[in-house]
Design a protein around this ligand. Structure first.
Ligand SMILES: Nc1ncnc2c1ncn2[C@@H]1O[C@H](COP(=O)(O)OP(=O)(O)OP(=O)(O)O)[C@@H](O)[C@H]1O
Ligand SMILES: [Mg+2]
Length: 494
């Protein structure tokens, strides 16, 4: 019989073809043998497809939905072992059972080395084949189940796009959940890069206000007079440049949430105005004859210790109480080490997807380095480290060599603020002692990074967060000023 056209079944959407009903692909050039295999497996309740050569086999596997391949070794178009190699490169790859000629034990060993699940020698006993098929499918079912459980566990480490395995983060998830119907003000505190803005957004998008605007404003980034009109708006003619009415963000965000970032920087005058808005639930744009009601939930954030500002009088106590109805404190990343790897893995898959690279996992050496480091820049620093590693890595695994040097810290010894002589806690102590200017400090740091990157300016620029042109310009300036010669030559500019 001429080669029967392969029956292409619908690929099963979830790769769950495991027990009876699993799809088995037979790759066999000999028509009679192919038929015999097909009948034996169909009799046993499997969905069977068959093709007559190695090339067609690979093509079929790439379409997906094949749970197991049963394949001959000697085929005219493509050797079964070469096919095996290519099938194993497909992800997820099905198990392969190889049928070898009697006495060719070498071939059988090579097949297993290339990743075959089992081999059967011709002439073979059908029961022996069925047994091997069953074993292969059982093993695969187990693996699928394991992967499912693993992703389930990981899913519970996240709340929307916030990752957190540590007890504090888990508690925070449940707090955000409980607050979904509340309009109480929230003060989010924590060091830079701990995720305050992310939490603010999460509070909004998990609340009943989610259909209304979330408007963020950074109180430190805008001069006072401008900030006032940004917040509360103005009427035409309120001041010289006010040619039209302008709605402030309290009006813009009506029904939604306002995120007041770096709240500690708010001037005393604006503190007083904000307090009134929070107390009365109404705002009065500059130059407006009367106030108007607004319904806005306020989430504020700061990386300062506001209680200290209270003591010094820099921040109003009454406003503090209004803002701090609920406090969410994000501990430094080093104090919730359980979050480091889940976060790193999250950033890894994000960066890999963005870069279109097949980077799949962290090597044990990299995990160890990530866990041992102190993360002064918290989650933001971790995100940057992983993004950089993904940009540089070749191959599916991120190893310690793909990370920038991460000096291990002794976990027990927390850096104490203001203590000097501890270079790890205070990288500026030496600079201070030497009386460096900012430009000199910058230059020292640039040269250090350049050296750490083996003179590669592209990578140094990346790590410094500069564009290459800026780095070149600076290096030229340094060279011209007669100090360090701009290192160059022989590097790989990509
Ligand atoms: N738990 C987390 N899960 C996922 N991503 C996080 C988490 N925490 C922080 N990030 C990410 O880290 C980066 C820094 O977070 P964010 O901007 O919220 O920090 P921040 O506390 O507001 O920092 P700063 O005080 O410097 O403004 C962001 O890209 C954010 O998405
Ligand atoms: Mg922020």
């Amino acid at each position: 019989m001429a080669d029967a056209a392969p029956t292409i079944a619908e690929p099963t959407p979830e790769a769950t073809g495991t027990g009876r009903g699993a799809t088995i692909l037979i790759v066999e050039d000999d028509g009679a043998m192919r038929m015999m295999l097909r009948e034996a497996l169909e009799d046993d309740g499997y969905t069977v497809e068959a093709v007559g050569g190695g090339r067609a086999g690979i093509e079929r596997v790439k379409q997906g939905g094949v749970d197991l391949v049963v394949s001959d070794v000697k085929m005219p178009d493509l050797d079964g072992l070469d096919m095996l190699r290519e099938i194993k490169a497909v992800t997820p790859s099905p198990h392969v059972i190889t049928i070898t000629a009697f006495g060719s034990i070498d071939t059988a060993i090579r097949a297993v080395k290339l990743g075959a699940f089992d081999y059967i020698t011709k002439p073979f006993d059908v029961d022996r084949l069925i047994l091997s098929v069953q074993k292969a499918l059982d093993e695969r079912a187990l693996r699928t189940e394991l992967a499912r459980l693993r992703s389930e566990v990981q899913r519970s480490y996240r709340w929307g796009n916030i990752i957190g395995k540590s007890a504090v983060m888990q508690e925070m998830f449940s707090l955000i959940r409980r607050l979904s119907g509340s309009s109480a003000s929230v003060l989010v505190t924590g060091a830079s890069g701990t995720g305050k803005e992310l939490v603010a957004k999460s509070l909004h998008f998990n609340s009943t206000r989610r259909e209304r605007p979330f408007v963020a404003i950074n109180c430190a980034a805008i001069p006072d007079t401008l900030l006032e009109s940004e917040l509360f708006g103005y009427k035409r003619g309120a001041f010289t440049d006010a040619r039209t009415d302008r709605a402030g963000i309290f009006v813009e965000a009506d029904g939604g949430t306002i995120f007041l970032d770096e709240i500690a920087e708010l001037s005393p005058a604006l503190q007083a105005k904000l307090l009134r808005v929070l107390q009365e639930g109404e705002i009065r744009p500059l130059g407006a004859p009367r106030s108007q009601k607004v319904d806005v939930r306020v989430v504020a954030a700061t990386n300062k210790n506001l209680e200290e500002n209270l003591a010094s009088g820099a921040f109003r106590q009454d406003l503090f109480y209004r803002l701090n109805v609920i406090n969410i404190h994000l501990p430094a990343l080093r104090d919730r080490a359980d979050d480091i790897l889940p976060l790193a893995e999250h950033f890894l898959s994000q960066s890999a997807a963005r870069a279109g690279k097949e980077v799949r996992a962290l090597h044990e050496t990299a995990k160890k380095a990530l866990l041992g480091y102190g993360w002064p820049g918290n989650v933001r620093e971790l995100e940057n480290v992983i993004e950089r590693a993904v940009a540089l890595v070749e191959g599916p695994l991120v190893r310690v060599d793909d990370l920038p040097p991460l000096a291990p810290v002794a976990r027990e010894r927390r850096p104490v603020e203001g203590r000097d002589g501890d270079a790890e806690a205070d990288p500026f102590a030496a600079a201070l002692a030497r009386g460096l200017t900012l430009a000199e400090l910058e230059r020292d740091y640039i040269m250090k990074v350049l050296a750490a990157e083996g003179g590669n300016k592209t990578r140094a620029a990346q790590r410094l967060g500069l564009d290459r042109k800026t780095l070149y310009r600076k290096l030229e300036e340094y060279a011209a000023s007669g100090g360090e010669p701009a290192p160059g030559g022989g590097e790989n500019e990509s």
